[in-house]
Every structure is written in structure tokens, then in C-alpha cells.
Design a protein around this ligand. Structure first.
Ligand code: ADP
Length: 473
């Protein structure tokens, strides 16, 4: 299914809004026009009725000719023949029966016949009915009682209807023209608006896996697009870094595996040489075994990292006492620090209930503790615990060589050794912190580091806290 282009979609929406706006505006203009016309007509009818009212004295004589006129004729007179007003007068005889006369300015008064009404109200209703039958919406009728008289004034709506019609025709003809004009200017605006987005797309098209250094140029001229470009640039930074790490990982892994293999081969060749004593061969085999063990451990570590990163490592999610694990690690650290001028101490009041994998946590803390001992020529290694609302923490603080800000960015990378000469001498393959980070994250936790060069470092392992944790902060 082909998706619409953004410009097409914007234009479609814009056109719809334009049509709705213009049509609503026209409808509003017509409603206002109709309202004003009606009010004007009513005003003019009221003025006429006021005038007629002031002249009523002239129509006072009801004793006219005996002819009678029906309401229909009265209506014809008013509507059909274009009179503007008519007057009726009601007199009541002694027996209470009303007699109604139609008064005309030019003729004697006539009795209003064909009327079945026995009351004046009924008579008015019948007259008004006859009038509205004739008016058919084209006329507006105003009835005003004035003592014995009833004044009926009629005004034509025809001029207003003509104006209304002209307006409607104008609207129907002009609306498409207005919509067309606004459409062409909208097309230009939409094209202008999409220029920064197009520039971002062009920049992105230039970024290829072989060269990830290019970035999208910012600012783009539009805040939203600049924000998007900044997010993409941030993502590219991470992708480039991951790409570089992967590249250097392959090189590092090959190097790390080649070195022991070269050593092993050299020793095997040496053993195969002539005149080797049993003791010499035995010594070489022990050295070979050491290399094989070291290499096996490295391969195991790499496998653990790969499985961890691919979420294929089985990790418990059980409640355990972190303070107890810290205590065990502290004991082992005493042994690790044996022979060095390092004091090991720790406060781990328990229980401090975490949710995770106790064995993996022990492995992480042992890595951190072994680093602390290895990178502290003399001084102290201290264990501590703390907790927040949702997490518990075990930290290992040392007073060792510290980590520079430049190193800090890379210490969790695979095979990274801050100072290769020093680290290699201390026996690390640069995988310990990578493993620690992977295991912490798999348990829903994280590792935080703070360090000052030549003064010491602090590594904190944060893990989810158990709901049952009752220890007070
Ligand atoms: P390694 O096997 O090299 O110790 P790690 O992944 O454990 O590998 O650590 C990576 C690097 O981080 C180390 O080579 C070292 O430079 C630095 N590092 C880790 N822990 C400490 C520490 N406690 N003090 C100083 N530097 C440290």
C-alpha cells in the first residue's frame, strides 16, 4: 500500500479546512443578512402601524354602505393589490354580538362578512389566517389592536429575498475561486515548510555504514525539525560508538586469543626440540596449562557477555539479602588483599532485601572488589550499603589509582584496560566491568561510578528493592 506524501496530506487537510471555513463564513454572512433584513422590515412595519394609529380618527365612522367584505378579500386587498395596511373596527351590539367593519381610506366602511367568529379574538385569528395564506412567506404581517380598531400592516420581503439570492449566487461562484487562490498559496507555504525536513532527509541519505561521521546540520530553521535532527544525531553518536566498539572488539578479541595461542605454540615447539629434560617439559606443560586456563576463562567471559547481551542468560528473580552477599564478598576480599598494604572494612547491616540473582550479584561484587584490590597499591577498600525508595545498593570504595575522566567513558567497554601496561601487569583482560554491567542490568539494576585520579574510586551496584524490605533507612 503506497502511503501519501506529507505535502499531499497537508494540502488535503488544508483544502478541507479552507472549504469548511469559507462555507461557514458565507453561511454566517447570509444568516446575519437575513436577521438584519427581518429586523429592518419589522421596524418599518412598526413605524407604519404607528402612523396609521395616529390617523385612526379619520376612520371613526362604521355606518358605511351595507356591502360586506370577507377576510379573503381583505387579504387580497392587502397582499395581492399591494396595500400597506388595513383597519377593522369592532362594535358590540346590546346583545353582545360583535359587528366588524372594514375601513378603507377611499371608500365607505364595509361590514366584514363570511366570518363565523362570535368573538373579536376569533375574528382576528381568521383574518390573520387569511392573510398568511396569501402572504406565503413573501410578506410579513404585523397586527396591532388599538381600542375598537385592529390595524394590519403588511411589508414585502421581495427586495430582501432578491438581495439574499444575489448573495447566495455570489457565494457559490466566489467560493471555489477563493478556495483555488488559497490553495495555490498554501501549496507554496507547505513546500517552504517542508524544506528543512527535506534537508534532514538529504543529510541522512549521505550517512552510510562505511562512514558514520556525518551528522545532520543543525539548526534546521524549524524548532521541531531541529529537535528531531538532534535526537537522530544523538542516536548516530551511539550507533557510531557501538560500531567502533564492535570493530575494536573484533580486533581486540583476535589479539587477545592470538597472544596465548602464540605462547602455547612456542612452548610446544620448544618441548618438541631435542634434548629436553622431563623437568623442563613438565615446567613447559604447566605454563601451557596456565595459558589454556586463562584463555578458557576469557572465552567463557565472552560467552557470558554475549549471552547476557542477547538476554539468553538465566537470571533468578528472587528475594535475597544483599547485606549477606556483601559480607561474604568482604571475607573473600580480606583473602585477596593478603600480602598487600590494604585494609578491608565494611558496614553491612542486614537484612537488606533485594530482588534478583544472589549468585550473579556475588560475581559482580567480586569483580568490583578484585578491581579495588588490584588498583589500590596501598590504602583501603571499604564496603557500604544504602537504599532508596525502590532500590538497594552495595558499594565498593577504594583509595587506589583512580580513573581519569577520559578513561571513565570506556571502562565498561569489552577489553578496555585504562593503562594497558599497568592493567596487563595486574592481570586483567578488560572484561570484568563489562560482565558486571551486563549482570547488573539483567537484574534490573545499574552500576554507578565516581572516581578521582590518584585518589580512589567508588563503584555502586544498585538493584531493585524487595517490597518486603523492612529495614529502616
Ligand atoms: P580489567 O581486567 O582490566 O581490570 P575491567 O573491565 O575490570 O578490566 O576494568 C576496566 C578498566 O577500568 C581497568 O583496566 C582499569 O583501568 C579501570 N578500573 C576498574 N576498576 C578500577 C578501580 N577500582 N580503580 C581504578 N581503575 C579501575
Amino acid at each position: 500500500m503506497s502511503e501519501p506524501r506529507l505535502s499531499t496530506e497537508l494540502m488535503r487537510r488544508f483544502s478541507r479546512i479552507t472549504w469548511i471555513t469559507l462555507a461557514s463564513y458565507m453561511a454566517l454572512v447570509m444568516v446575519v443578512f437575513a436577521g438584519i433584513s427581518e429586523i429592518g422590515l419589522r421596524r418599518s412595519l412598526e413605524q407604519s402601524s404607528d402612523l396609521v394609529n395616529s390617523l385612526l380618527g379619520m376612520y371613526a365612522d362604521p355606518s358605511g354602505a351595507p356591502d360586506s367584505v370577507g377576510p379573503a378579500m381583505l387579504a387580497d386587498q392587502l397582499v395581492g393589490m399591494g396595500e400597506r395596511f388595513a383597519i377593522t373596527r369592532t362594535t358590540t351590539a346590546a346583545d353582545g354580538v360583535p359587528t366588524i367593519y372594514y375601513l378603507s381610506p377611499t371608500m365607505p366602511a364595509k361590514r366584514l362578512g363570511e366570518i363565523t367568529a362570535t368573538t373579536r379574538d376569533e375574528m382576528r385569528r381568521q383574518v390573520l389566517e387569511a392573510l398568511s395564506d396569501r402572504a406565503r412567506g413573501q410578506y410579513r404581517i404585523l397586527h396591532r389592536p388599538a381600542g375598537e380598531f385592529d390595524i394590519y400592516v403588511v411589508g414585502s420581503r421581495v427586495p430582501f429575498l432578491l438581495g439574499f439570492g444575489a448573495l447566495a449566487v455570489g457565494a457559490v461562484l466566489l467560493l471555489p475561486l477563493a478556495a483555488l487562490a488559497s490553495r495555490s498559496s498554501a501549496r507554496r507555504s507547505v513546500a517552504d515548510t517542508l524544506v528543512p525536513l527535506q534537508a534532514v532527509a538529504d543529510d541522512m541519505a549521505r550517512i552510510v555504514p562505511e562512514d558514520l561521521r556525518h551528522r545532520i546540520a543543525t539548526p534546521t530553521g524549524q524548532q521541531d525539525v531541529t529537535e528531531l535532527a538532534t535526537i537522530i544525531n544523538g542516536m548516530l553518536d551511539r550507533v557510531e560508538r557501538a560500531h567502533r566498539t564492535l570493530g575494536s572488539f573484533t580486533a581486540d578479541a583476535s589479539h587477545e586469543l592470538r597472544t596465548p595461542l602464540t605462547h602455547i605454540r612456542a612452548r610446544v615447539q620448544w618441548c618438541l626440540g631435542e634434548h629436553r629434560t622431563d623437568d623442563e617439559v613438565q615446567e613447559a606443560l604447566v605454563a601451557i596449562q596456565r595459558e589454556v586456563d586463562r584463555t578458557t576463562k576469557m572465552v567463557d567471559d565472552l560467552l557470558l557477555i554475549a549471552r547476557g547481551e542477547n538476554r539468553q542468560l538465566s537470571i533468578d528473580r528472587e528475594e535475597f539479602d544483599l547485606a549477606e552477599v556483601v559480607h561474604e564478598v568482604e571475607e573473600i576480599t580480606h583473602a585477596m588483599a593478603d600480602g598487600k598494604e590494604i585494609s578491608v572494612s565494611g558496614v553491612a547491616d542486614g537484612p537488606l532485601l533485594a530482588v534478583g540473582d544472589a549468585n550473579r550479584t556475588r560475581q559482580v561484587l567480586l569483580n568490583l572488589a578484585s578491581n579495588a584490590v588490584r588498583y589500590t597499591p596501598s590504602g583501603s577498600v571499604r564496603f557500604a550499603t544504602e537504599q532508596s525508595d525502590t532500590m538497594v545498593c552495595a558499594s565498593v570504595q577504594d583509595t587506589g589509582i583512580g580513573i581519569s575522566p577520559a578513561q571513565m567513558e570506556r571502562i565498561f567497554d569489552r577489553f578496555y584496560s585504562g593503562d594497558p601496561s599497568r592493567s596487563r601487569a595486574l592481570g586483567g583482560a578488560g572484561l570484568g566491568l563489562t560482565i558486571a554491567k551486563v549482570l547488573a542490568e539483567l537484574q534490573g539494576g545499574r552500576i554507578e561510578v565516581s572516581s578521582v585520579s590518584e585518589q580512589g574510586s567508588s563503584f555502586s551496584l544498585w538493584l531493585p528493592r524487595s517490597a518486603a524490605n523492612i529495614r529502616r533507612s
